[in-house]
Design a protein around this ligand. Sequence first.
Ligand code: FE2
Length: 246
Amino acid sequence: MALNAFKQANDIDLVLCTGDYTALGLLSELRNAATLIAPLLDVPLGYVTVPGNHDIYAKDVIKNDHFYKNFGTGMQTDMPEYRTDGVWPFVRLFDENVAVVAVNSAKPNPIPWRSDGHIPTAQLEALDRILDDERLKSRFVFVMTHYAARLEDGEPDTRLHGLHNADAFLDICRKVDKGALLCGHIHRRYRVALDGLNADLFCAGSATKARHEGFWLFDIEGSEYQVRPGSYDAHRGAYTLGSTRT
Ligand SMILES: [Fe+2]
């Protein structure tokens, strides 16, 4: 409710969600989550999403593609020629200024103490080609996936919790001249600049975890952009924006 109120008060055009809508990815959870966030996703340009590892635990949910059936509206593509792995990767082009490229790093983790991710090689190779596409060259490019390629200190996450091929992913993302890398999975909102990359990494944090609620708000105008952190004020019951950063 508070996020939806923020959306309405701030004329949000586009919503990007980096996954982990649920705890176990049960069909009932996915349906509830889709219903709960539907008002938030009702914005002029729509929304783009990737699944988190928590959204694809259950075998029958994977087999029956229930994540896509509930959230597929946010997984469409304007460049189907780059799909190499089911719907992945997908690309959305918005107005003249913005592109969103999504690759999937979430995979089933049947062992409870493992929550690590991997981007399939075919998707990385396609991402490499997408970032060379002329249609993206003049745009602000968001590259999004669930797992965090780096933590807030610039170091990789642990082997049992991190993105296995983070280095290969970041090497390809060096091609992004103007843009941002977006991730979830870590329940803290942070921004980190990475050596050799023009695009910083932004972790959304959690929209619902008490005292850790957060998001990032991007304001993109032509070749200029500003980004502000969003936080939840429990006393006011509302999300507020921090100072502008470029
Ligand atoms: Fe996660």
